[in-house]
Design a protein around this ligand. Sequence first.
Ligand SMILES: CCC/C=C/C(=O)SCCNC(=O)CCNC(=O)[C@H](O)C(C)(C)COP(=O)([O-])OP(=O)([O-])OC[C@H]1O[C@@H](n2cnc3c(N)ncnc32)[C@H](O)[C@@H]1OP(=O)([O-])[O-]
Ligand SMILES: Cc1cc2nc3c(=O)[nH]c(=O)nc-3n(C[C@H](O)[C@H](O)[C@H](O)COP(=O)(O)OP(=O)(O)OC[C@H]3O[C@@H](n4cnc5c(N)ncnc54)[C@H](O)[C@@H]3O)c2cc1C
Length: 661
Amino acid sequence: MDKNNERECNEDLIRERRKCNFNIEELTNIVDGGKARTARRREIQRLLINDPEFLDEIPQDYMSHEDRYSNELRKSAHLMQKLADQESGHDIHQDIGALTGILKDGNPLMVHLSMFIPAILGQANSEQQEKWLGRSLRNEIIGTYAQTELGHGTFVRGLETRATYDPTVEEFVLHTPTITATKWWPGGLGKTCNYCVVMAQLYTQGRCYGPHPFIVQLRDEETHRSLPGITLGEIGPRLGLNSNDNGFLKFENHRIPRTNMLMKHSQVLKDGTYVKPLHNKLSYGTMMLVRVGIVGACSRSLQYAVTIATRYSAVRHQSEIVPGQPEPQILDYQTQQYKVIPQIASVFALIFSARSLSKIQSSVTAKLKDGNTDLLPELHSLSSGLKALSSSDASWGVEVCRLACGGHGYLASSNLPRTYTGTTCAITYEGENTVLLLQVARYLIKSYRSIGKETGASSVSYLADQTSLASSSSSFSNKALVQAFKLSALSLVAEAEARLQKLCDMGQEFYHAWNYCSVLLLKCAEAHTRYYICEKYEQTVDSLKASEGVKNVLQSLCRLYLIYHITLTHGDFLKCGALTPRNIAVLEGEMCDLLAVLRPQAVSIVDAFDIPDELLGSTLGCWDGNVYQRLYDEALKSPLNKTDVPDAYYKYLLPLMKSSL
Ligand SMILES: CCC/C=C/C(=O)SCCNC(=O)CCNC(=O)[C@H](O)C(C)(C)COP(=O)([O-])OP(=O)([O-])OC[C@H]1O[C@@H](n2cnc3c(N)ncnc32)[C@H](O)[C@@H]1OP(=O)([O-])[O-]
Ligand SMILES: Cc1cc2nc3c(=O)[nH]c(=O)nc-3n(C[C@H](O)[C@H](O)[C@H](O)COP(=O)(O)OP(=O)(O)OC[C@H]3O[C@@H](n4cnc5c(N)ncnc54)[C@H](O)[C@@H]3O)c2cc1C
C-alpha cells in the first residue's frame, strides 16, 4: 500500500491524518528504540513480507489441525533459513519484535529460539556450549524447554521427573514415575523437536538436590523417530496457538551421560559428589530471562490491537450525538475514547518499563559473571511483577480493543481474537501471574522488615521513606502523581505487614497468616509494580530529547496513564490519604479533557507504531481504512460459500424439514 497515495484511502482517515501535530517518524524511532533500530526492523520486515513463501493458501481458520501445524512449520523453517542466510552479524534475538505477525498462531520453533538456546547459554558450561550451542544456532538440532508436568507447573520444587545418578557407568537415569510426572505443555515438543532441556529432580548419593536442567536427545537425528525409553506426543487443541505442537513426554529409565546435566552453576562429579551453585535459584535463570522478554512482547501485542481499534473507530460511523445530525465516527464518543486511548498510553508504559528492566537484567548478568548474586532477588521480583502486569494489562487492553470494534471485532478476520489468545497465554505461561505477584509480595514484606539494612536494591528503597506516609501533595504535576502511587504502594505494604504480624502475634503460623492475607498481598505487589511502571514512564518522558510536538503527545499520554490508573484503584489512594475525594473528582475531569486533547492525534499515534498491513493481518485495521470491502472479500473465502446449497442441507436439514409432512 502506497501511504502517499490518498486517493485509495478512506476519507475519514485522510482527515484524521491531516490533524497530526507531531513528527510521526520521530515517534516511530522512540517506539523502536532509535533510528538505527527502525531501519533494521523495516529491513527485516521488507524482506519477509515480500516473500510469497509466507502466504497461506487458504486462511488458517479453515485448515485442519494437521495442516495448520504443517503450514506453520513450513513458514517457521523458511523464516529461520532466511534469517540465517542474511544474518551478517546481527543478533536474531534482538530483532525478534520485527517478526511479530509473520507467523500467525504459535510458531513450532518459537521455544527453540526463546528457551532452548537461552537455556544452553545460561545453564551450560563452556564445553557443553561448545557441543550444543553452535548446532542449535545452526538449527541442526531443534529443542524445547520441558519443565511443566501434568501435576505441577507452578510449584517447580514439586516436579516428579527424576534424574538419578549412576556412578558405575557415569550416567543419569531419567524416569517418569507417575502419570502426573508426564511433561506436559512444552512448545514444539510433540512432533518438532529432537532435543530438549528437561528440568528433573536430581538424585545423587541417595539425596535429592531439587530441580536441575539436563539436555536430552529425544529423537533419532536421521529418522526423527523417538528414541527407545521415550514416549512423545501432542496435547491437542487449545484456546489459541493451535499451529504449535505443544507436547507431552515420558521417560522409561532412559539413560543419558553425566555430562548432559547442564553444569554451569552446579555439578555432579564423576563419583557422584554434588557441587552446589553460588545461588540456589540460578537453575531458574531461563524462566527469568523469558519473563523479561514477555514485557516487550506484550507491548507489541497491544500495539497491534490498538492500531486496529483506533483506525476502525475513525472509519466506523454509528448512531448520533446530536439528534438528526449525521452519524459520527465512533471515535467521537467519549466512551469509545475511554476504551481505546488509555490502551495507546499503556503501550508506551510497557515499552519504557521493558527497556528499564532489560538494562537491570544486563547489569545483573554482568555481576553474575563476576560471581556476584546480590541483585538476583531484585531482578526476580521486578521481572515477576512486570511480567504479570504487562501480560494482564495487555490481555485486558486487547480484549477492550476487540469489544471496541463491536460485532466485527468478533470476526477472525479482524485479527483481534487471535491477538487476544496469543496474549492471554502469557498470563499463565512462564509463571502464573498470581503466583509471580505473590513472589513480589514476599520480596516486599522481606524488604520492609529489613529497612535500615543496605541491600542495594533500588526498586524497594522507597519502603524506608516512612515520612511520606504522613504527607499528601497539593500539587498535581506528573511527578506528584507518581509520588501518590508510591504512597499508595508503601501504605499497602505497611498494612499487609501489620496484618501478617497481628495474625502471627495471635498465634497463627506465618504460612497460614500469609495465605490469609494473600488477597491484600497481591494488591501490594500490583501497587508496587504499577508505581515502578509509572515512575519509569514519567522519568523517560521528562528526560526525553524530542521535538515539542512529540514531547507534548507523550506528556499527555503519560498523564492520561497516571490518572487512568488512579481512577481504577482510587480507593487505595483515598485510604492512605495520598489523594482526597475532591482530588479524584478533579483528576476524573482532567482525564476527560486529556481524551479530548488526544482524540485528534490518535490515528497518527498508532500510525507511528508502523505496522505493515501484511503483518497486522486485519480487515478492520488496514492503513487505507477500506474496511467493508475487505470484510466482504474475506467472508467469500469461507468454504461454505463454494456452493449455494451445502451437502449438509441434503443430509440433515431436508430430512428434518420434511419429517413432519
Ligand atoms: C514462549 C513461552 C513458552 C512458555 C514456557 C513456559 O511456561 S516454561 C515453564 C515456566 N514455569 C514457571 O514459570 C513456573 C513458575 N514457578 C516458579 O518459578 C517457582 O516455583 C517459584 C518462583 C514460584 C517458587 O520457587 P521456589 O518454591 O523454589 O521458591 P520459594 O517460593 O520457596 O522461595 C524461596 C526463595 O527463592 C527466591 N526465588 C525464587 N525464584 C527466584 C529466582 N528466579 N531468582 C532469585 N530468587 C528466586 C524467592 O524470592 C525466595 O527468596 P527468600 O524470600 O527466601 O529470600
Ligand atoms: C500456551 C502455553 C505454553 C506453555 N509452554 C510451556 C513450555 O514451553 N514449557 C513448559 O515447561 N511449560 C509450558 N507451559 C506451562 C506453563 O508454564 C504452566 O501452565 C504455568 O507455569 C502454570 O502452571 P499450572 O498450569 O500448573 O497452573 P496451576 O499452578 O495449577 O494454577 C491453577 C491455579 O492455582 C493457583 N495457584 C497455584 N499455586 C498457587 C500458590 N502458591 N498460591 C496461590 N495460588 C496458586 C494459580 O494462581 C491458578 O489460579 C505452557 C503453558 C501454556 C498455556
